[in-house]
Design a protein around this ligand. Sequence first.
Ligand code: FAD
Length: 272
Amino acid sequence: MNVLIVFAHPEPRSLSAALRDVAVAELTAAGHAVQVSDLYAMRFKAEVDRDDFPQLAPEGRLKVPGASKAGFAARGLTADVVAEQDKLLWADVLILQFPLWWFTMPAILKGWVDRVFAYGFAYGVGEHSEARWGDRYGEGVFAGRRAMVITTTGGWQEHYSPRGVNGPIDDLLFPINHGILFYPGYDVLPAYVVHRADRLDAAGFDAAAAGLRERMRTIATTPPIRFRRQNGGDYLIPTCELRPEIGMAGAHGFALHVSDVASDDGLTRPAA
Ligand code: FAD
């Protein structure tokens, strides 16, 4: 398979970089082709602004979704964005790797998403009508491909447990796993998280690396998170609310959007 790792850490000697190298080595040894977008090393432009839309008339008001749509349709987006889109189309698997900063990804990676996931490419695709609300949440340009997060946290695993003060890690990663990766169609694998990373000693690194190697070895077969497909029958269209009868009694919040019935999701596809 082709694997793209989009990596966001400013220090080449960081723990994150060492874990990235472990992942690349394991994937390569297994015969996968790997590309890495090292965003800090590339000095990737993080903010969306007027310079992203060279075709926009100087006097025109910048409306980002419209400019993104027109630029993508006319193949007029900037070369750095087009290069990343081409890598995404090449990749069977996308890995986003980053240290958890303020409970989410570093700004440079968010900027990569903002700029690269263009209108007409990763969002705003498919029919929008009373009967259908686009090709998204399980459908879209990346349907049939896999994606996952690799992240490190300063906090303890317990701090991110269901009753931990930081909130459950699955909830914190929901906007990434569901809102960024599942939205344009990826089958999203559970994240690989290394906790207490700031104080990791050699034994801790060995354990973290061993776990990561195992996840890389099984990247084609690990079952994805059973997010409910928007157009799979569980949601009313066009309100996109879950049907009242769906979801386990007492379930609420993000957990409602993960199927509680192992057989009804249609997402657990055979390995690519
Ligand atoms: P590094 O700082 O590079 O290394 C961490 C430790 O790993 C060092 O002690 C290093 O010696 C050791 N190490 C062991 N083996 C190796 C090896 N082979 N190579 C390199 N180093 C090794 N944490 C949270 O939990 N929640 C937050 O919301 C949060 N927000 C943050 C916001 C900001 C702006 C910052 C700067 C940090 C935040 N943190 C938070 C902490 C952050 O998640 C950790 O600092 C980060 O995950 C550690 O990963 P790193 O790659 O930067 O580690």
